[in-house]
Design a protein around this ligand. Structure first.
Ligand code: NAD
Ligand code: DAU
Length: 369
């Protein structure tokens, strides 16, 4: 693993991964390929060393471009993050999810097969790592054991169905053609650079602007939260020592009901504002800046159609085989995340585009009707 292609590296996890890897290993160079959809911004990649990082604005569905990059940069590793990743958007408009998540993954696999499995190249080490999600396993009953790598796939949203399809294609390329490939299925991530349409950054950004905090349904859904830096470390472990053909589940062992998580975050925002007059000046519309309680701005809204009730990951395999476990506990992770959003408006304000505002307004209005 010396020369990597990272797809979707201008998005949330991809950007954290590129930063993590360039920081942790001076031998590595990275080409980031990103289409810069509404969810991606080069701002997330600012300050990286230009001699070791090269950004390409392009589409993973562009077979010619992908093949040219593999060839011209002599890339030996692909870490594939690029995806349409938001469940609500997949319910509203599934077509783009099939295009990017299924056809895009196929395009990358085919380019890797052609570049790396040609007779002249056989024997050289290469690796394709496909980044996937725990949502492919479906929804857990309250007392069911967490998802393991042996859990049967049962995707229930257009997003998770498209990711499941991409996992099956990836697996098939290993079994049929011998492409050296690993897959990881991870639980919900949180941390810096996340687009503020996902629960945690949406709650933070809304709270800072004094907007209501929408909780879908009864707020009793459960997610297993992992700090993004830990996900990046987990992927690095799989890249370095994971066995080709294997899937590794990565999770936080950290299950929270949405409503409890939201209340925890609200309390943290109130305490932080109470201790810092400058925050009250910078975000005057926030309830916490006006002597109110952020919790009082929670609003229960219509549920997500087909909403999965509970996700939880059994991460025993990656712990046993690769000696990997998360380092951040939830309290410190969520505090670092809040601090990042408070200190780095430049990182998320540019994302609040007209498209974002339109989406937020439509999604919210549809739910409060
Ligand atoms: P994100 O939406 O923040 O970023 C996706 C990135 O992919 C963006 O930069 C976007 O511009 C880019 N992209 C989209 N379509 C593209 C295309 N056709 N060609 C090139 N680039 C394109 O997503 P994320 O939350 O960082 O998720 C990254 C990956 O991790 C996804 O595959 C997702 O399924 C998986 N995952 C996410 C989570 C999570 O909690 N966010 C958890 C488990 C797995
Ligand atoms: O589990 C991994 C998955 O986690 C990833 O594969 C996805 O890419 C990622 O988006 C995430 O999916 P979720 O649907 O779990 O994340 P989201 O942040 O959209 O929602 C988290 C929970 O919070 C979910 O139960 C829906 C709920 N929710 C979400 C939003 C945006 C609300 O109650 N209110 C909201 O406004």
């Amino acid at each position: 693993m010396r020369k990597l292609l990272v797809t979707g590296g201008a998005g949330f996890i991809g950007a954290n991964f590129v930063r993590h890897l360039l920081h942790s290993d001076p031998q590595i160079s990275v080409v980031t390929l990103d289409r810069l959809t509404y969810a991606g911004t080069q701002t997330s990649l600012h300050g990286l060393p230009p001699q070791r990082h090269h950004f390409v604005h392009g589409d993973i569905c562009d077979a010619e471009l992908v093949s040219k990059l593999l060839h011209d940069h002599a890339l030996d590793t692909i870490v594939h993050f690029a995806a349409e990743s938001h469940v609500d958007r997949s319910i509203a408009a599934p077509g783009e999810f099939v295009r990017t998540n299924v056809v895009g993954t196929y395009t990358l696999l085919e380019a890797a097969r052609t570049a790396w499995l040609a007779p002249a190249r056989r024997g050289e080490s290469a690796r394709f790592h496909h980044v996937s999600t725990d949502e492919v396993y479906g929804s857990l009953a309250p007392d069911a054991p967490p998802f393991s790598e042996a859990t049967a796939y049962d995707p229930r949203s257009p997003y998770s169905a498209s990711k499941a399809a991409s996992d099956h294609l990836a697996s098939a390329y290993h079994h049929t053609y011998g492409l050296p490939l690993t897959i990881s299925n991870c639980s919900n991530n949180y941390g810096p650079y996340q687009f503020p349409e996902k629960l945690i950054p949406l709650l933070i950004v809304n709270a800072l602007h004094g907007r209501e905090l929408p909780i879908y349904g009864d707020g009793g859904q459960i997610r297993d939260w992992l700090y993004v830096e830990d996900h990046c470390r987990g992927i690095e472990r799989v890249l370095r020592d994971g066995r080709p053909g294997q899937t590794y589940n990565i999770g936080g062992g950290n299950q929270w009901r949405n409503l409890d998580l939201c209340r925890r975050l609200c309390r943290m925002i109130d305490e932080t504002f109470a201790a810092d007059a400058r925050l009250r000046e910078r975000f005057p519309a926030a309830a916490a800046a006006q002597g109110g309680r952020t919790c009082d701005t929670i609003r229960f809204v219509a549920d997500r159609p087909g909403h999965d009730r509970r996700y939880a990951i059994d991460a025993a395999k990656i712990r046993r085989e690769l000696d990997f476990g998360p380092a951040a506990d939830f309290d410190s992770g969520i505090r670092k995340t809040l601090e990042w959003y408070l200190d780095n408006d430049w990182g998320w304000r540019p994302l609040l585009s007209a498209d974002y505002r339109r989406w937020l307004a439509q999604n919210y209005t549809a739910r409060v009707k």
